[in-house]
Write a protein that binds this ligand. Sequence first.
Ligand code: PBG
Length: 310
Amino acid sequence: MRGLVRETHLTPSQLVYPLFVQAGLSGRTPILSMPGQDRLGLDALAAEALELRALGIPAVLLFGLPAVKDAAGSGAWDRDGIVQQATQALKAADPDLLVVGDVCLCEYTSHGHCGLLRPDGSVDNDASLPLLAATAVSLAEAGCDIIAPSDMMDGRIGAIRAALDGAGFAGTPVLAYAAKFSSAFYGPFREAADSAPAFGDRRGYQLDPANGRMARHEVMADIDQGADMVMVKPALPYLDVIREVRGMTDLPLAAYNVSGEYSMLVAAAERGWIDRDRAVDETLTSIRRAGADIVITYHAKEWAARQRRS
Ligand code: PBG
């Protein structure tokens, strides 16, 4: 009877699993701030693709840890960059696996900011746009199916859309990190991706957690510039924003259940304070209930594996 009257459903086909790929690494190495998650070397990707396929998870979101970083983040648009190579390896292992390429410079810049810096240390928004566009095209050339800009520079969706169209990738959708808040919940990720800013913070380009109207404005701007799908991030502290964005657009809506949300739940479960499986179910269901079509989550594999067993 409960199944008959259940309003919200979750299937593995709605999940995206984030993957960290590290240049020069062989095999896998655990991410200490995110128990149960690993950084992967290129040689570990084929097995990972097959595991995801067996679990029915259709998509990965790729983050790269390059061999070297520089002031411009040139590893991001390098033809032989780590994410470009990872995309090719995953596609060779399973051409049907959807590969979502995260577009940002912070993992590739020596200073850890998401755009180019001026001599005074401030982020040069407009000078960063061509680099982000070049990164998007390079990822599409490598085989990424979806381009997901997370840098939060103003005007990037238009610049990326135009560059993709110009390079023959008119059919490649852009998933805009549209409402991305400046959040403490990215803490574990910055260790995982080695992308913490060397100085300052990201409040100049990410949203203030207090500002719901501004989030609407950012979403409208990205849609106007040609976003094909939009995202709210993080998920749990912003379920109201997910609901709000659901009401303003019929585009596919993704929500990112971020690293801090994951690690917080895992840490409490490790201490025996909460039931991990139930807390994961409740978390993912609440994100769907709020209105997200797509849930990006580090819990994807454990959740999908549990559905297989039951
Ligand atoms: C890069 C980026 C971040 C995340 C995704 N892309 C970190 C940040 O903005 O500092 C966070 C993801 C997570 O915490 O799981 N701009």
